[in-house]
Design a protein around this ligand. Structure first.
Ligand code: AMP
Length: 303
C-alpha cells in the first residue's frame, strides 16, 4: 500500500438540482478525491482554504486517512463554485467560479510528501498542478483531472502538464473539447498523443471508458433509483481509482480494470445524497456490496 499526494480545490459549493438546493457546503475536487481515496490508502492533501473555513467544516476530513499538513489556511475567502443541473441531471451550467485564496496560492510540499509514489493532480489551475509535480521526487504514477474552465482559460499550461503525466481522467465533453474532435475514440487517441498513456473518460450516467495504449475497457454506471446530486462524482471516481491502484501490490491490466470498478462503486454512493453526504455516510462494507453489485451487473457467461 502506497500513499497518494493530491492537489486541487477545497471549496464551498452551492448546487441547484431539480430535487432541491444546497448552499455553501464543503466540496471541491481535492476534497471529494481525498475522502474517496482514503477508503483505500493514506492521502496527503495539498490545498488552501480561507479563514472563513471553520473547524466544524474541517471535520469532513477527520477520522479518515487524510494528512492535512499540506493544507494551508490563509486570510481571505475559500474557493467558491456554484452549479445548476438540468432535468435529467446530465447537463450542468456553472453559475460562477471564484478562485479567491487559490489566486495567490503557492503550494509548498511538507518534506515527507516529496517522496510520495502516487500523485493525483485534481482539478485546479494547471500551473499549480505543475508546481506540485515538480516538488515530488521520481513519482511512480501520476494522474490528473481538469475541466472546461482550464481547457479554455489556460491551454498552454495544461498542455505542459499533459506531457508529464501517466494518466488523464476527464469527462466526455472535456475530452472532445481538449482534442477538438467529436468522435470519442479519435479524441482519446489525440489526447494520448499529448502525453498520457492511460485515459479514463467519465461519461456520467453512461459510465466510464478506459483506454491504455490501444484497447478499451468500459463499465456502465450503476442503475440507481435515487440520484440526488452528481457533483463530485468525477473526483470521487478518481479517488476510488487511484486509491485502489495505490493499494495494489503491483499495477497490472487486471488492477486497472478493478480500479475502474472501485471508482465507479464509490461514485455511485456519492451521487445518492447532496454534496459529500453520500460519501461521508458510506462504510467499507457498503462499498464492498456495491463492488459485488457491479460484478453482477456486468458479468455474463459466453456460450
Ligand atoms: P465534478 O462534479 O466532478 O466536475 O466536480 C465538481 C467539484 O469541482 C466541485 O466540488 C467544485 O468545487 C469543483 N470545481 C468546479 N469548478 C472548478 C475549477 N474550475 N477548478 C477547480 N475545482 C472546480
Amino acid at each position: 500500500m502506497h500513499p497518494i499526494v493530491t492537489v486541487g480545490s477545497v471549496a464551498f459549493d452551492s448546487v441547484k438540482t431539480p430535487f432541491g438546493e444546497a448552499s455553501r457546503v464543503v466540496g471541491g475536487a481535492a476534497t471529494y478525491f481525498s475522502v474517496a481515496a482514503s477508503f483505500f490508502t493514506d492521502v496527503r492533501l495539498v490545498a488552501v482554504v480561507g479563514d472563513d473555513f471553520t473547524e466544524e467544516e474541517m471535520r469532513v476530513f477527520a477520522g479518515r486517512r487524510i494528512d492535512l499538513a499540506g493544507l494551508q489556511r490563509v486570510p481571505g475567502e475559500t474557493f467558491r463554485w456554484k452549479g445548476e443541473y438540468g432535468f435529467d441531471l446530465s447537463t450542468r451550467e456553472t453559475t460562477y467560479t471564484r478562485l479567491n485564496v487559490f489566486d495567490r496560492f503557492r503550494p509548498v510540499l511538507p518534506d515527507p510528501y516529496r517522496s510520495t509514489p502516487f500523485v493525483f493532480l485534481a482539478n485546479i489551475h494547471p500551473a499549480l498542478q505543475a508546481e506540485v509535480l515538480t516538488q515530488v521526487d521520481g513519482p511512480r504514477f501520476v494522474a490528473a483531472d481538469t475541466m472546461n474552465y482550464w481547457i479554455d482559460g489556460t491551454p498552454e499550461e495544461l498542455r505542459a502538464v499533459l506531457r508529464r503525466i501517466d494518466a488523464l481522467l476527464i469527462n466526455d465533453e472535456e475530452a472532445r473539447q481538449l482534442a477538438g474532435e467529436s468522435n470519442l475514440v479519435k479524441a482519446a487517441r489525440a489526447i494520448q498523443r499529448m502525453g498520457p498513456r492511460l485515459l479514463v473518460i467519465k461519461r456520467g450516467e453512461h459510465g466510464v471508458l478506459m483506454t491504455r495504449d490501444q484497447g478499451f475497457f468500459a463499465v456502465p454506471a450503476m442503475p440507481l433509483d435515487t440520484v440526488i446530486d452528481p457533483t463530485g462524482a468525477g473526483d470521487t471516481f478518481a479517488g476510488g481509482f487511484m486509491g485502489y491502484l495505490a493499494s495494489a501490490r503491483e499495477i497490472t491490466d487486471a488492477v486497472f480494470t478493478r480500479a475502474t470498478i472501485a471508482g465507479s462503486a464509490l461514485a455511485s454512493l456519492a451521487v445518492e445524497d447532496f454534496g459529500l453526504d453520500g460519501l461521508l455516510g458510506a462504510s467499507p462494507k457498503v462499498l464492498n456490496q456495491r463492488f459485488a453489485a457491479f460484478k453482477r451487473l456486468t458479468h455474463f457467461e459466453a456460450l
